[in-house]
Write a protein that binds this ligand. Sequence first.
Ligand code: PEP
Ligand code: MG
Length: 593
Amino acid sequence: MVDDDLKKTFVIKGIGVSPGIVIGKAYLFDRFDAQTPFYKLTDPDLINKEIQRFRKALRESEKQLLDLKNRLSDLGGGMDPLYIIDVHIMILKDRKFVDQTIQNIREMSVNAEWAVRMTVDKYRDIFDRMEDDYLRGRISDIQYAGQRIMANLTGKKRAVLDVGERVVIIATDLSPADTAQMKIDSVLGFATDIGGKTSHTAIVARSLEIPAVVGLVSITRDVRTNDDIIIDGSAGVVIIHPDPEVRKRYEDKKRLYEAAQDDLLDYAHLPAVTKDHHSVEIGGNIEFVEEIPSAIAHGADGIGLYRTEFIYINREELPSEEDHLASYRSVIGVKGLSWATIRTFDLGGDKFYPDKKTSRELNPQLGLRAIRFCLKEVELFKIQLRAILRASVQGKLRIMFPMISGIEEIRAAKRIFFEVKDELLAKGEPVGKDIEIGVMIEVPSAVIVAEELAKEVDFFSIGTNDLIQYVLAIDRINERVTYLYEPLHPAVLRLIKQVVDVGHKAGIRVAMCGEMAGEPAYTMILLGLELDELSMNPLAIPRVKKIIRGSTLKESKALLNKVITLSSTAEIQACVDAAMRKHFPEEFPVNGQ
Ligand code: PEP
Ligand code: MG
C-alpha cells in the first residue's frame, strides 16, 4: 500500500472551462467502453434479424435519451445540455447514420455492434479532416450516440454514480447523459482527458456552476479513485496529492473566490488611491502562468510574486533552462501588466524537489530551503537565473530572493546573478536594462539587519506568511497552532514597521506579498504603514482596492499610531475591528464574521 504522505504533489494543466476551486477526493468515472464484439452472420436469415436488433436498440436509445432529458430539465441549470441531448436523438434518427449501419450489416454480414462501430469510425475520418475546431469536436456527439446504441445492443447498463460523498469526477469525457446519471449534488467538479471550451463537460459544468478543467490528456491515467485532488477551473489547473502547504494555499483561494462578488469587480480596474491621493501599487501573486489572465482581470498592476518553485512540481527530471524560459516569457512584459516580480525558487526541504535523498528533513521549514538550497546547488540556481535574464528583455523585471537571513546570502546570490549576467552578455545575449533586485523579508534576522540589506538591493518584499511563522514560532501549516498565527500580534506589526521605515530611509521601495496584504480587514493598517506595494491573490484585489479608495492616509496613519503602542493582539484586533466597522459598515457589519 502506498503511504499517502509519500504521494508526490503532481500538477496537470488543461483548459479551465468552468471557474471556481474545489478541493476533494477523486472518483474515476468508468464510462462503459466495452470491447466491441465481432461475429459474422453465416446464415442470410440472420441478417434481417440483426437489422431488427439494431432498430430496436435505436428505439431504446431514443427512449432513454428522452427520459434523461426530462430528468435533466427537472434538475434545472439552463437549457444547453437539453439541446445536446436533442442532437444525440437526431443522430439516432439520421438517415445516413442508420442506412450506413444497415448497409454494413448487409454487405459485410457482420453483427450490429460491429456495424455501428464502422459507421462511427467513418464519421470520425470525415470530422478529423475538418478545419474548424468546433465542428471537429462534434464527433463526440456521434461517438456518444454510437456508444449508447452499443450499450443497448450488448445489454450493458451504464453505471449510475452514487458514491455517497461529494467527489471530483475524473473521466475521459462526459456527455450530458453521463452527468444526468450522477447525483449532481454529490459532484464537486469535473476533470477530463479530452474536450475544449465547447465540449459537453464544459457546457454542463458551466450551466450547473461546477468547476471544471478539460483537455488534461492523461488525467484518467494519473488519478485513482480516492486520491486527493484540487481543481482550479479558473486557471485550468489540476493538482493531485496536494501537499499541506499547497492545500492550504488553495483553501485560501477557494475562500476568496467564494467571497468575491461580481459588483466588486467594478473596483478591479480603478486605481488604488486613497481619498487623500496616496497611491499604492497592487501586485498579483501567482503560482502558475495560467493565473495571469485572472491577475489582469482582477486589476493587478503587475505580478508581485511569481512562486517559481511550482515549475518543479510533478517532474521526475529537473526543468531545463528552456522550460524555465517558457514560463518567464509568459510573465515578463505581458500586455496589461507593468512589471513582473520573479522570486527565485523556494525549493528544498520537503518541497517538490525530485531527489529523494535531499527531500526528507525533520524540520523542513528550518531546513535547506529557498536561497540556502540555491547557494548549495549553484548549477541549478544558474539555470533559473539564466532563463530569467534571457526573458528580461521582454519587459520590466524585478527579481527577488527568498529566505534571506543575512548579508552574506544576498551578496552571494547577487554575485551568482551578475556572473550569469556577464556570461550572457559576453555571449552576445541581450538582457533587460533596468532589472531591480530585491530580497524577501521573511526571516526575523533579516529585519534586524535590514539597514545593511537595504544597501544591497532596490526593494524589500515582506513575506508575512513566513515572517509570522518564524517570529511567533508557529508552524504555518499546523492546524493545531493556527489560533496563535496572528498578523496583528504587536511583535509582527512592529517588525513590519521597522522594515518599512528602514527601507524608506534608505530610499528603496517596500512591498508586502504575504497573505496579510490581501486581507481587507488589515488594509487601513497597511496603508498606515506606508507600504509602497501590496501583492496578493488576484481574487482579493477588488475588495482591497475598494477599501483603499474609501480610506485616507491620514486616518490610516492615526489608526496605526494608535495600535502600535498597544501591547496585546486582542487590544489591537479590537481597535482595528472598530475602525473598519466605523469606516466601512457595509464591508464589516457589526455581527459579521
Ligand atoms: C511569505 O512567506 O509570505 C511568502 C509570500 O512566500 P511563501 O508563502 O511562498 O512562503
Ligand atoms: Mg515565504
